[in-house]
Ligand binder design. Structure first.
Ligand code: 5RP
Length: 232
């Protein structure tokens, strides 16, 4: 059943606020990117004002800006080797495995760096993001170097992708926070996400793909019947 954007926003907020309750005093917390993660950052800002003490590691410039406005102290990998808990959104969450597609918000590289250093990655989403197979609804974003991106796009086509370079509203090539481009790849379903990640990752010019395999430890999914906490 399709949901209105107001309903979806309410479910996103519900999932995000529940995940924000998982943060404990003294934690290093990965702060995700996107409309759902923004609800979690807002809830964490409220908890910080109420006395909870933690530091945040933002996954994008947008999240960094939001966290600073809320007074959340920020840190990074110079100070901390590991992140205790990251709360982030996703574009698709595969039932059972919790494998993910991320990056429609353009922050996949930082998100993946933070996720890979996290003891727990908790994904927050509305129910429309749950899929049986990755690639069912979402494009797969792939971050690539600006130099030679057309050649990289051809290599991606050879592994089965229909490739479109992401553009800004003004029609220019979209530039990520890391100064790279994003190629949005359409696959006719991704039957073997781990093999696809490996194939994409071995292409010269690819910085990272939006496939997050075996990284999420939990997903908090909200919908009309309530909130479900899914574990691998
Ligand atoms: C950004 C992301 C986002 O987490 C993902 O696109 C989900 O966004 P939203 O919560 O707005 O639906 O991966 O790079």
């Amino acid at each position: 059943m399709s949901m209105s954007s107001e309903q979806a926003a309410e479910y996103k907020r519900h999932a995000a606020e529940l995940a924000a309750e998982m943060v404990e005093d003294g934690m290093v917390v990965g702060l995700g990117t996107g409309s759902t993660a923004a609800f979690a950052v807002a809830a964490l800002g409220r908890r910080y004002r109420e006395g909870l003490r933690f530091v945040g590691v933002p996954t994008s410039l947008a999240t960094e800006h939001q966290a600073r406005e809320l007074g959340i102290p920020l840190s990074g990998f110079g100070e901390h080797e590991r992140v205790d808990l990251t709360i982030d959104g996703a574009d698709e969450v595969q039932r059972g495995t919790l494998n993910l597609i991320k990056g429609l918000g353009g922050a996949l590289l930082r998100e993946k760096i933070v996720a890979s250093a996290s003891d727990r990655l908790v994904i927050v989403a509305d129910e429309s993001k749950l899929v049986d197979g990755l690639g069912e609804h979402s494009l797969l974003p792939v971050e690539v170097t600006p130099f030679g991106w057309e050649a990289t796009a051809r290599r991606l086509a050879e592994v089965g992708a229909h490739v479109s370079p992401r553009r800004s509203r003004a029609g220019d090539l979209f530039i990520s926070d890391g100064g790279n481009l994003i190629l949005d790849c359409h696959f006719e379903g991704i039957d073997d996400p781990a093999a696809t990640e490996l194939a994409i990752g071995s292409i010269v010019g690819v910085v990272e793909s939006g496939l997050f395999i075996g990284m999420a430890s939990e997903a908090v999914i909200a919908g009309p019947t309530g909130v479900a906490r899914l574990h691998v």
